[in-house]
Design a protein around this ligand. Structure first.
Ligand code: FES
Length: 168
């Protein structure tokens, strides 16, 4: 006895113009959402452009900075100090008292904070409180005659130490 075979019926529904348009709109919506997400993500990333504060900054050639000089590097928020012995120190411009920017006073040969008059020597040590400690420093390296300052992490210190100085 033969069983009666059931025919396989293919049920393909006709694709309407409305279905096609809906698919296109869904696709475009997905692309727009993806793009919005990427723009938002890019906006939320910290601004770490090369050569800006928060990154490594190539300041210039060793011979561009005479001994005994102080050079403000505004985009790096630090002063590059070349000590009389030729060594380099990068001092964070932020006062260790309450965080004001500390300008270099060329006439006084000191950093003098405009907020509460703390004073710092050429190498950043406290000469006059209320600042509780020396200006923070950034790591300085000299690569192929170029001075590179790493502003990713200020280094706190309690006093000046020769290990904070970079030599060519
Ligand atoms: S913030 Fe510089 S002395 Fe107070």
């Amino acid at each position: 006895m033969h069983e009666k075979e059931t025919p396989i019926v293919s049920e393909t529904l006709p694709v309407t113009r409305r279905d096609v348009l809906r698919s296109i709109w869904v696709g475009l919506g997905g692309l727009a959402a993806l793009e919005l997400g990427m723009v938002t993500l890019a906006y939320m990333q910290p601004r770490l452009a090369e050569g800006e504060f928060g990154n490594q900054i190539t300041v210039g050639a060793v011979e561009d900075f005479p001994p005994g000089s102080v050079t403000h590097i505004p985009n790096g928020r630090f002063y590059l100090v070349r000590l009389d012995d030729g060594g380099f120190v990068a001092l964070y411009q932020r006062c260790t008292h309450l965080g004001c920017n500390v300008p270099w006073d060329q006439a006084a040969q000191r950093f003098i904070c405009p907020c509460h008059s703390s004073q710092f020597t050429l190498d950043g040590e406290v000469e006059n409180p209320p600042a509780p400690r020396p200006l923070d420093v950034f790591l300085v390296t000299i690569q192929d005659g170029q001075i590179v300052v790493d502003t990713r992490q200020p280094i706190k210190r309690q006093e000046f130490d020769p290990s904070q100085v970079a030599y060519a």
